[in-house]
Design a protein around this ligand. Structure first.
Ligand code: ARG
Length: 458
């Protein structure tokens, strides 16, 4: 006869809408490998304390493996009363091995079970995401290595500021992502904590060896408090916050590249592989890949904010609200890993137009260098800034560039200008002067590349 696993104390039937409302199997079935893995380890721990005989342990483990195979081959048949992945697997186990299946849940609750599954699942995904993140950093470093010769205006307030190497810009993205990599690695020990063996809330009365369980499942530590163990979802909140921060970086990279790919800038062209066309305007090539990277950041922030709202106001231990941890987490993981892969592809395949970058380098981006020229002759910077500003104003009035002013013009602005002032108007020389650590000179770009390469080795 069909019955709900928890049906004993019930006489009335569940409302059909409530039944559907309560069911999480649609989305939590993707955790089937973690659920089977956790149950196999738990069966072993029950055998160690004598709740299962050696022979029962073997039959349960073989049964669980068979259930796992059904999920993998797509032959698992979901039944009406399967509420979630945990009840589905237990129901199927008992169909395969008979009443013995009913011994598996001894001392266990879906509360410690689901918390364990979520952590196992996320640990696996985090490993993949770490790889994707490293691949993105690597492609930035590779381009930076190959494209050191391109110089473009660096912008503040989106106004031309000072010349920089294109590689320097790419590496600035890589350094944000390098910190994201660090932060991800720092999350792992807080995800890798075993809840199993906490029971529903008070702990496990059959005294299963939780350190054994942790070892079996690859957890770094054991939840030291059962109330906390079943309820803690901070690791999910943290992961969602982390993902949101990664997405702010994606969004910035996307925004820069969208601007640089416009005809007005023309610094880069996206490859066809990552662009789309317009249904009406035949000439269009749109940077949809980048716009989605920018746009999805909003969605991922939403997952984080929404889940924090879910946690806020909950009483201690397990409450069904916690089932709402799954969809935001799964959605964030799916979209983040797609974003990282797309960003890698976009950056690997875009083409760079050095001529357009060069054309955007107007002489006014050397106004700081002009001020620095006088500083080197001993004049206080506050004064030289003013003199250089007046040179800019004079050029603007004459509708020429500052290097087209005459030597007499410079002399009239400050007595300490000599003929060598015209040497200032050289973009290559300007970037090469920035050779303190962190600067845009070739040497310092090389230094950044070696710092990042060493990080990627880790
Ligand atoms: N599907 C549930 C969840 O995801 C599993 C835990 C159910 N526990 C309970 N006491 N109803 O949270």
């Amino acid at each position: 006869t069909k019955r709900k696993l928890w049906g004993g104390r019930f006489t009335g039937k569940t409302d059909p809408l409530m039944h559907a409302f309560n069911q999480s199997l649609k989305y939590d079935q993707r955790m089937h490998p973690a659920d089977i893995k956790g149950s196999i380890a738990y069966a072993k721990s029950l055998a160690l304390v004598g709740i299962l005989s050696k022979e029962e342990e073997t039959r349960i483990i073989e049964g669980l493996q068979a259930v796992g195979k059904e999920w993998e081959s797509g032959t698992f048949k979901i039944q009406e009363d399967d509420e979630d992945i945990h009840t589905a697997n237990e129901r199927r186990l008992s169909e395969l091995i008979g009443p013995l299946g009913g011994k598996l849940h001894t001392g266990r609750s879906r509360n410690d079970q689901v918390a364990t599954d979520m952590r196992l699942w996320l640990l696996d995904e985090a490993k993949e995401i770490e790889k994707d993140l490293k691949a993105l950093i690597r492609v930035l470093v590779e381009r930076a290595e190959n494209e050191k010769d391109y110089i473009l205006p660096g912008y503040t307030h989106l106004q031309r500021g000072q010349p920089i190497r294109w590689s320097h810009l790419l590496l600035s993205y890589a350094f944000s992502l390098r910190n994201d990599l660090d932060r991800l690695r720092q999350l792992i020990p807080r995800i890798s904590v075993l809840p199993l063996g906490s029971g529903a809330l008070a702990g496990n009365p059959f005294v299963v060896d939780r350190e054994f369980l942790a070892k079996e499942l690859g957890f770094l530590s054991v939840a030291e408090n059962s109330l906390w163990g079943v309820a803690d979802r901070d690791f999910i909140a943290e992961f969602l916050m982390w993902s949101s921060l990664v997405m702010t970086h994606m969004s910035k990279i996307a925004e820069d590249l969208i601007i640089y790919s416009t005809a007005e800038f023309g610094f880069i062209t996206l490859s066809d592989a990552y662009s789309t066309g317009s249904s009406m305007m035949p000439q269009k090539k749109n940077p949809d890949s980048l716009e989605l990277l920018r746009g999805k950041s909003g969605r991922l922030f939403g997952n984080m904010a929404g889940f924090l709202m879910t946690l806020k106001g909950l009483p201690s231990t397990y409450n069904k609200d916690l089932q709402e941890d799954k969809e935001p987490l799964f959605d964030t993981v799916d979209n983040l890993s797609a974003c990282l892969k797309i960003a890698e592809g976009v950056i690997a395949t875009l083409s760079v137009h050095g001529d357009k970058m060069k054309a955007a380098l107007t002489m006014d981006v050397l106004a700081t260098d002009l001020a620095d020229y006088l500083v080197r002759k001993g004049i206080p910077f506050r004064d030289t800034h003013h003199v250089s500003g007046r040179a800019v104003a004079l050029a603007e009035a004459r509708q020429c560039q500052i290097n087209q002013l005459s030597f007499e013009d410079f002399k009239s602005l400050h007595k300490d200008f000599s003929e060598d002032v015209f040497k200032v108007f050289d973009f290559e020389a300007s970037v090469e002067r920035r050779e303190a650590i962190g600067g845009t000179s070739r040497k310092m770009v090389d230094r950044q590349i070696s710092v990042l390469r060493a990080e990627l080795e880790k």
